[in-house]
Design a protein around this ligand. Sequence first.
Ligand code: ZN
Length: 121
Amino acid sequence: MDKELSPLKEVNGKKVFGINSSAISNESKNLGREFLKSMQEKGFFEGKRYGQGLTQVLTHGEAHSLMRAWKKTGGNLGDEVVIYVDRLTCGICQTGFPMLKEFLNLKKIKIISKDGSEFIF
Ligand SMILES: [Zn+2]
């Protein structure tokens, strides 16, 4: 089922898959909570619980791709990350991704939708 595997990204030539929020496993939720904790230690999303308000960005496929890559690379994502998704990136992601970019010290995050449209943060 391509929806579950669809958002994927490349880091140093490695492809990392994400999943949609409807299919998120407990393991993935734990990764989301761990990531949120790291962000909160740096002052992002203060006082918010996982899945509350804008932290919902961390429950979406786009962020899951990014968090898996973060975990896999020990936090060294380089300067630029490209994420491919099978649908249009939602408003929460559009608002939340600039924060993820700042937290990860990335120069650029590009999200490319299936129809070819791009969001650049
Ligand atoms: Zn989203």
